[in-house]
Design a protein. Sequence first.
Length: 432
Amino acid sequence: MAKAKSRTFSWVYATLPVALATGEIGTIVQLHLVQINGLALGTIYAGLAAAFFNGVAVPAAIFWGYVTDRFHARKAMIVASYLVMALILASFYLEQNTVGTISEYSVFSFISTATATPLNLLIMESEPKNEWSNYFAKLSFASGIGTCTGLIITTLWTAVLPLLLFTVPLGLASLASAGLAVVMIREPPVSLERETIARREQSFFARLRALPLFFLSAPNAGDFRRIFRGLKSGLTSYTPLLYLSIVFFSLSGGVFNASFVPGLYSFSFGSGPIFLLIFLTTAIQTFVFEEASKIVAKRNLTWVSIQGLAARGVCYAGLGVSVLIFKGPYYIIPALTLYPIASGIAYAFYYTASNTMVFYSVQNKSPGSALGVYSAIVGLATTVGSLASGFISVYLGFDATFIVAGLLLAPAVGALFRLRGQQGPIASSASR
C-alpha cells in the first residue's frame, strides 16, 4: 500500500527540472539585452521584454484554459509544453539579437502558461481529497527548490562561461521534465472543470501562486462595470476596493521588477552577484511562503495585507533613495537588506493574505466574471508598469523608478485601509 502511494506521489518531482530551467530566464533575458545594447537602450528593451511577456500571458491564460476544458488531456498538455519550452530555451543562444530575444521570450510566455491549470487539476483528479493540501504543498516546494537550484547553478556558471550559453542546459532541464512526466504521470481516471479550482481555497491559492492569471471566461465590459460600480456604496465596496489595491500592487511590481536587474548592472554588479542576490531572495520567499499561511490564519487578512504592502513600499522607496547614497558596488548593502524584505518576506505575506481575500470575495459572485476581471487587471497593470519602467529609468534615473514603485503602493494601502471596518466575505482567516 505504501509503495503504491509512493509511486503516485513521485510524479510531482517531474516539475523540479523545469522549475530549475525557467526560474532565471527572465533575468538572463534582461541582462543579455543590456549587455548587447548598452545600459540606456538595453534598459528600455528590458522593460519592453517584460511588458511583452506579461501582455502575452493574458491571452495565453484564456487560450490554455479553453484547451484544458476542451480536451481533458492533462499529461499530454504538460509533456508537450515542457518539450516546446525546451526547444525555445535552447534556441535563445542561436537568436542573440534584440528582436529575436524579445520575440522568443514572448513565445516562451505563451507556452509556459499552459501547465499551471493542468498540474492543479491533475492533483485534484488523481489524489484523495484529504491529501490535496499535502500535494499542493509538495508541488510548490518542488518549484521553489528547482528555482533556487537553478539560480545557484547560474551564479556559478556566469563566473566562467558566457551567460546566454546557459540557456542550452536550461533547455535540457526542461527536456528532462518532459521525459519524467512521460514516465511518472498517469492520465487521471476522472476529469474536473477549471471552476473546481476556484471553489477550493488550497487549489485556488496554489493556482494563483503558479500564475496570477486565472480565467474561467474572458471578461467583458459589463463584468468590469458590475465589479467596480460597487465603489459607490460602502455596503458593496469590498471587492472593488480590494481589486483597486491589487491594480496598484501589480503596477508597482511591473515598474520595479523591469528595471531592478538593469539597475544592479549599472551599479557595477556582475551577473554572478545579481543571480546570487535573486537566489537569496527567492530562497527566503520560498521558506516564508511555507510558513505564511499558518501565521496569516491567526490574523486579520486586511491588516496583514496592509503591513505587507507598507513594508514593500518602504523598501522600494529605500532602494531608490539608496541609489543617491551608496555608489557602485557599495549598493550591495541596501540591496542585500531591503530587496529580500520587499520581494521575499513582504511579498509572501501580502500574497497569501490578499489571495485569500480574493478567494472569499469571488465565492459570493460569479467566479467566471470576478476572476476574469481580477486576472485582466493584474495582467494589464503589470504590463503597463513594465512598459513604463525602462523609460522612467532612462530619463529620470533608477532612483526615481524605485521611488515611484514604492509610492504606487500608497494608494494600494489606502484602498485597504477603507476595508478595515468592513466584514466583507470574511473578516479574518481565523473565522474559517
